[in-house]
Design a protein around this ligand. Structure first.
Ligand code: KG4
Ligand code: ZN
Length: 360
């Protein structure tokens, strides 16, 4: 019997990467035929963070070219694509509008289904671009915009068990880097400096560390760094020691909160199978976080899976893949679907920003 083949073109434009990809599923085999990514780092680096208006303009300047480039790289015409998927939230509204309008326009004129994808679902499923994994598993998403633990019980069945009540982890890295006059994005810069510094030099607070839940808070940590910076000369040595101390503090927080999340997962999911934890998002590139989680794996008897960096950071392939999963279940969207700047993966999760994290 001939294996069923599905090809979806996925568009990502929710933050500061414009990306278009074509992913194919033949039987159970998933193949990324193209994944074109244009980062806007060069535009935002002067400001030390993403400027929404500039991001939207840059997406709109390039989206049509990336769509063509993704077809060229896959060596396909539109005729061979079954559906168009676009990130419709959460993210910056201007960027989302660019990708969603491009996706809807293509779907309308090509007479193909349109699929509105939740960006977080893309991250949650991204590991499947490279390896097979069975449900359920735990997702730790740590990016510039998101920090959360979510149990991926099955497709479209998500339970968030931890989140940040203020800054995202990547944001904390970026803000700290800015305080130390390091480059943008801040994460890789902090990591580079941290390798050369003394991690015991500065004692920094670990907000919410004593609470036996999987929620995070990073705003106080950043304020503590700002306070120390204001009292010191920002020499190269100071930057190295502060980067090392900051990264070490983050490692301790992630270690403890992941331990709490594992406990919570095991209370909810009664399974004898080895727990797999997928770590996605730009911060998952950090080598010291990776190695401290590997220590935790030994302690807890679980396995951490890291998608390749190109699928950890924002990319169209994970959106196309989420599109394929939706296509298989006939989950299409009407062309009047509006982008959603706020769109939690778990519909029942309470909005925690600015709230005090409480157990349960
Ligand atoms: O997932 P991503 O590419 O974009 C979104 O935010 O969606 O994540 C970008 C974030 C930035 O905040 C960046 O500073 C952080 O990931 N990052 C890192 C490292 N590489 C990127 N943080 C810590 N260590 C790294 N090596
Ligand atoms: Zn992302």
């Amino acid at each position: 019997m001939k294996k069923k083949m599905i090809r979806v073109l996925g568009i990502e434009s929710s933050c500061d990467e414009t990306s278009v990809s074509i992913v194919q599923k033949k039987g159970e085999e998933i193949e990324v035929l193209s994944n074109i990514v244009k980062s806007q780092t060069d535009i935002h680096q002067y400001y030390g963070g993403v400027v929404p208006e500039l991001a939207a303009r840059a997406h709109s300047d390039i989206i049509d070219k990336l769509i063509q480039a993704s077809l060229d790289e896959a060596n396909l015409s539109f005729k061979k694509v079954d559906a168009i998927a676009a990130t419709a939230g959460p993210g910056l509204l201007g960027g989302l509008l660019v990708g969603v309008v491009a996706g809807k326009t293509l779907a309308h004129f090509l007479n193909k289904p349109f699929i509105a994808v939740n960006h977080l679902e893309g991250h949650a499923l991204s590991i499947k671009l490279e390896q097979k994994i069975n449900y359920p598993y735990l997702l730790l998403l740590v990016s510039g915009g998101h920090t959360e633990f979510t149990i991926i019980k099955g497709f479209n069945n998500y339970k968030r068990i931890g989140t940040t009540i203020d800054d995202a982890l990547g944001e904390a890295f970026d803000k700290t880097a800015r305080l130390l006059s390091l480059g943008y994005p801040g994460g890789p810069e902090i990591e580079r400096y941290a390798n050369l510094g003394d991690k015991e030099k500065f004692k920094l607070p670990m907000p919410l560390i004593r609470e036996k839940n999987a929620h995070f808070s990073f705003a106080g940590l950043k304020s503590a760094v700002a306070n120390i910076v204001s009292k010191n000369r920002c020499t190269e040595k100071f930057k190295k020691d502060m980067s090392a101390s900051f990264q070490e503090t983050i490692n301790k927080i992630i270690f403890r909160k992941t331990q709490n999340a594992i406990g919570e997962y095991r209370r909810i999911i009664k399974s004898k199978k080895e727990l797999k934890i997928v770590v996605a998002g730009g911060v998952a590139a950090n080598k010291s976080i990776r190695s401290s989680l590997k220590q935790l794996a030994k302690l807890e008897g679980c396995e951490f899976l890291f998608p390749s960096i190109k699928y950890c950071t924002d990319n169209g392939a994970m959106i196309a893949l989420a599109g394929i999963e939706r296509f298989e279940r006939n989950k299409f969207n009407k062309l009047n679907f509006k982008p959603r700047p706020r769109w939690p993966l778990d519909k029942n999760a309470i909005f925690m920003k600015g709230k005090r994290a409480v157990e349960g």
